[in-house]
Design a protein around this ligand. Structure first.
Ligand code: ZN
Length: 126
């Protein structure tokens, strides 16, 4: 760690923030694929955290170095929220729009519909 890290937000951080290549990692995570670690080996998901702004954070551990990393999951966009709402209104089980195989049901947590796999809020139960 070099100087200048004071601009980060270490308060709730349990791992090293992954920035470079995070888009590809997210895509692999959504698809339930292996996540290559920047240290070699693979990243194993340890836990999923919900952020107060509706985004999620996934804590990962590297299989070769045991270093822990955090992958930030972007908040739901308007199209995703609309898709979830349409499913609810049609009487269907609301699914996380980001996982296809296997699909993931959203859970009611604290008045929100939250994906347990990515920690993102997609709306409210109706
Ligand atoms: Zn999800």
């Amino acid at each position: 760690m070099s100087a200048g890290w004071h601009t980060q937000e270490p308060a709730s951080s349990e791992g090293i923030p992954l920035q470079k290549g995070s888009k590809a990692l997210l895509k692999a995570y959504y698809a339930n694929a292996h996540l290559p670690s920047p240290m070699g080996g693979f990243l194993e998901p340890l836990s999923v955290r919900q952020e107060s702004n509706g985004a999620g954070t996934i804590l990962l551990e590297c299989s070769s170095s045991s270093l822990r990393f955090e992958l930030s999951v972007p908040k739901a966009n308007r199209a995703e929220k609309a898709k979830v709402k349409a499913a609810q209104e049609a009487g269907d089980v609301p699914l996380c729009p980001r996982h296809e195989d296997p699909v993931q049901r959203l859970q009611r947590i604290g008045g929100h519909l939250v994906c347990p796999r990515c920690g993102v809020r997609f709306g409210r139960p109706i």
